[in-house]
Design a protein around this ligand. Structure first.
Ligand SMILES: Cc1cc2nc3c(=O)[nH]c(=O)nc-3n(C[C@H](O)[C@H](O)[C@H](O)COP(=O)(O)O)c2cc1C
Length: 343
């Protein structure tokens, strides 16, 4: 099973991609969108969004990172895609799903789903401009106000030569409100290789993943907020599909990841110290009640030493008899063992 870590502006940046791919289970990452207007962006913009360009456009643990562009001008999209490729991009992802007002107002993101022709012409321009061995993929929602244009958009995307399509199974107007309409996505499956279709949206558990795959008949998954809420969800899904026994990570393990994230975080701006850690905790609270306890203790802190002290206190709190199941040691968690080896 192929699982991508979703692009998330302001959230899934270089350090988060590094951490998540070190943990494992992800076959691909996609950068936050790079906004393209009508100019050729300077190299530094591509390196800012995709520091992995420094090492072959892969995370340090070897996971490929696709560069995502968002814009509505086919020529500008094409020339910026070429620039990205010249800097080492291994694949280009085109964003037709962003619901942000400012982006939609300037005719970018999900508003383009109202105009399947336009989507097709952007994909075509980029496809024609970059070398044939560089995949060009598109990420869409089911539509803008309604899902009426969904099939036509998908058809134009593939007719224009896209290699893959990822569908966040909701319209723009549906926003992030559950549910995601996985069965609706199935309409476009006919004749396409399963590996060309990725289903995304509201996959919070292994059972959700299996249902999304079964209902959409797509071959691949993408996880966004859900990956942040349950960092080893991709590992859990893969283990279940392989028939392996997997011991999900517990809070004590996740807390270790969080400490690493804080240590690595950019502390150059005093005002923003710890913000990314708080942001991640907001997602983790959904799965781990302990995340709420930690969040409450750090939410007003901006000072590095106070923040570090709060993390150390939480570590002591966990070590001092916080109910952690004793039959599983932290080092055992996250291991995948085959059914044969435990039975
Ligand atoms: C904070 C945030 C930022 C996002 N930024 C992007 C982005 O830059 N590009 C993109 O294609 N999708 C973006 N998305 C959408 C996600 O990639 C994904 O499609 C969506 O969150 C649904 O998946 P999930 O239910 O697994 O989170 C963003 C979503 C969120 C919540």
């Amino acid at each position: 099973m192929h699982i991508s870590l979703a692009p998330m502006e302001g959230v899934v940046d270089y350090p988060m991609r590094l951490l998540m791919t070190e943990l494992g289970g992800y076959d691909r990452c996609v950068t936050e969108f790079i906004r393209v207007t009508d100019v050729l962006l300077p190299d530094r913009v591509f390196f800012r969004y995709c520091a992995e360009l420094e090492h072959g456009c892969h995370t340090l643990s070897g996971t490929p990172v696709h560069i995502q562009l968002l814009g509505s001008d086919p020529d500008a999209m094409a020339s910026n895609a070429c620039r990205a490729v010249s800097l080492g991009a291994v694949a280009i992802d085109l964003n037709f799903g962003c619901p942000a007002k400012t982006v939609n107002k300037s005719n970018g993101g999900s508003i383009l789903l109202r105009n399947p022709e336009r989507v097709g012409s952007i994909v075509r321009a980029v496809r024609d401009a970059v070398p044939a061995n560089v995949p060009v993929n598109a990420k869409i929602r089911l539509g803008y106000e309604s899902d009426e244009t969904f099939e036509e958009v998908a058809e134009k995307v593939f007719a224009a030569g896209a290699n893959e399509l990822c569908v966040h199974a909701r319209t723009k107007v549906q926003g992030y409100k559950p549910p995601a309409y996985w069965p609706r996505a199935r309409a476009i499956v006919g004749g396409k290789p399963q590996a060309a279709l990725t289903i995304n949206g509201e996959i919070w558990s292994v059972d959700d993943a299996l249902t999304a795959l079964q209902q959409s008949r797509f071959g691949r998954l993408m996880l966004g907020r859900t990956a942040l809420a349950r960092p080893d969800l991709a590992l859990q899904i893969k283990a279940r599909l392989a028939g392996d026994v997997y011991l999900p990570l517990q809070w004590v393990d996740i807390f270790g990841l969080l400490q690493t994230q804080f240590k690595r975080s950019d502390k150059s701006s005093a005002r923003h110290i710890g913000n990314r850690t708080k942001q991640w905790l907001a997602y983790l609270k959904r799965t781990y009640p302990e995340a709420e306890i930690l969040f409450t203790s750090i939410k007003r802190l901006h000072d590095e030493s106070a923040f570090s002290r709060a993390l150390t206190e939480h570590e002591r709190f966990l070590a001092s008899g916080f109910p952690v199941p004793t039959e599983i040691t932290p080092s055992q968690r996250g291991e995948i063992r085959s059914v044969a080896s435990v039975s």
